[in-house]
Every structure is written in structure tokens, then in C-alpha cells.
Design a protein around this ligand. Structure first.
Ligand code: ADP
Ligand code: ADP
Length: 229
């Protein structure tokens, strides 16, 4: 089975005072195959975050179905949620928590047993071992983004979803984030990322779906997509 299966998903945001709300997804269907790096590409306002937030359980869809790792998000919500790690766009950390504490708190939140925790290893993997006990407020933007990735992997989900992971970051950090994503994928994690950079999708993803105005307009292996252009 696919890592994620999305069928006929519609999202209409509530309108203000009885007015018709914004139709953000107009009936979207696609599968994310297991084991690859899947890019959801589209301009601002296309519906990418809406889709990610539905999978994350932060936005309720109007209709349609979605399965994560074989778990229906409506009927097997807990298992579905535990099968993904989400790297959100916005960075929010308590300024007086340290990277180590951020990861330990998240592990506690997921009920990961102390003996199964791997905060040190995760910090090492995102090159933050030397910042283990630094206050989050002292970390650079790039360090915080790396910490977000480690945080999303605390419960060892088989799928990692990143919402615009490199929006507004410099070239150097972008390369580092690409390396991190690739190395997680090499370790067997299925990756889904949203981006509005065609170049990023081409370089990083083995499959690209294009979304525009809430509709999926293409879904192909990257090499076929590049041939088209
Ligand atoms: P993307 O992530 O591709 O930029 P979004 O999913 O954020 O797109 O937005 C899709 C559409 O839904 C846009 O027109 C946006 O303005 C609208 N939208 C997003 N969030 C809300 C919301 N909470 N309420 C109303 N409309 C929203
Ligand atoms: P459960 O495992 O009990 O189903 P949920 O996934 O429903 O837990 O999440 C409960 C709360 O934890 C939510 O309010 C959500 O915002 C927060 N949460 C879940 N996952 C993360 C995460 N990766 N990073 C930060 N907060 C999270």
C-alpha cells in the first residue's frame, strides 16, 4: 500500500457571516508511494498547507478520505498521526528551553519510553550536538529549522512531512536541509515536502505533484516532469 492515499479531498473554509467560504481544495486525489521523496509543488495559495494541515489533523476536511500508512485519518486518527512527523513552516520554541529539552518533552508527549529515546542521536544527526544545552532563543534560524526536523522524528515515524522547509533560507542552509532530508530518506523514511521552488522539487524529489487553485494538475516521476518542461 502507498504511504499516503488521498481521495477526493475537498476543503471549503468557513465564510464570514454566512458568505460562501474559500474553496481551498476542489477534490484532490493522489498516492504517495512508500520510500521516496515526494514533492507537492505549487504557487502561494494553491492549497499545499491546507492539505498538509489536514494530514496533520489541524484542519478538518469538508469531504473525501485520507489514509496515512494504511490508517484512515478519521477512524484511526491516533495511529495515522503517529505515522507522520510534521515539520511546520513557522518556528515556535519556548525561548528558554534547550534543544535537548525540546526533544525530551516531545518524546514525553508521545509517551516514548526513556530507554527508547534518542535525543542525543537526533541532535547529532541534525548537527546540533554542541548546542544540546543552549537556550532556544540563542539559536540561529538555521539551527532552529534543524531542531524542528529532529523534533518531528522523535517518535520514529515512517513518514516525514515538511511544509516549505526552505522558504526564505539562504543557499547554504538550503543545501544542508536538502542533505538532511536525503539522509533521512536513505535511512528509509518516506518524505513529503511542499515547495514553490521548481528547482528544489527537481533536485530533491523523485516524484512531483503540482497543485494549483486547489486542483492537482500533474503527478509524475521527476524525470518525466523535467522532460515536459
Ligand atoms: P499554500 O500553502 O499552497 O500557499 P494554502 O493552503 O495556505 O495554500 O491556502 C489555500 C487557499 O485557502 C488560499 O486561497 C488561502 O487564502 C485560503 N485559506 C488558507 N487558510 C485559510 C483559513 N484558515 N481560512 C480561510 N481561507 C484560508
Ligand atoms: P496523540 O498522540 O495523543 O493523538 P496528537 O497528535 O493528537 O496526540 O497531538 C496532541 C497535541 O500535540 C496537539 O495539540 C498538537 O498540536 C501537538 N503536537 C502533535 N504533534 C506535534 C509535533 N510534531 N510538534 C509539536 N506539537 C505537536
Amino acid at each position: 500500500p502507498p504511504a499516503i492515499a488521498i481521495r477526493d479531498v475537498v476543503k471549503r473554509y468557513a465564510g464570514v457571516k454566512g458568505s460562501e467560504g474559500k474553496l481551498a481544495l476542489e477534490g484532490v486525489s493522489f498516492d504517495v508511494p512508500e520510500g521516496g521523496i515526494f514533492g507537492l509543488l505549487g504557487p502561494n495559495g494553491a492549497g499545499k498547507s491546507t492539505l498538509i494541515n489536514i494530514l496533520a489533523g489541524l484542519v478538518t476536511k469538508t469531504s473525501g478520505t485520507a489514509e496515512i500508512w494504511g490508517f484512515d485519518i478519521d477512524t484511526h486518527t491516533r495511529n495515522a498521526k503517529r505515522s507522520i512527523g510534521i515539520v511546520p513552516q513557522e518556528i515556535v520554541f519556548d525561548p528558554f528551553f534547550t534543544p535537548y529539552e525540546v526533544l525530551e518533552n516531545q518524546a514525553g508527549f508521545y509517551g516514548v519510553a526513556k530507554s527508547l529515546r534518542r535525543s542525543e542521536a537526533l541532535l547529532k544527526a541534525v548537527h546540533l550536538a554542541d548546542k544540546r544545552d543552549a537556550y532556544a532563543r540563542t539559536l540561529s534560524g538555521g539551527m532552529k529549522r534543524r531542531l524542528l526536523i529532529a523534533k518531528a522524528m522523535v517518535h520514529s515515524p515512517p513518514i516525514l512531512i515538511l511544509d516549505e522547509p526552505t522558504a526564505g533560507v539562504d543557499v547554504e542552509l538550503r543545501k544542508l536541509l536538502w542533505e538532511l532530508v536525503t539522509s533521512l530518506n536513505d535511512d528509509g523514511v518516506t518524505v513529503v515536502l511542499t515547495t514553490h521552488y521548481l528547482e528544489e522539487a527537481e533536485q530533491l524529489c523523485d516524484r512531483i505533484a503540482i497543485i494549483n487553485h486547489g486542483e492537482l494538475i500533474a503527478n509524475k516521476p521527476t524525470r518525466e516532469m523535467v522532460d515536459m518542461a
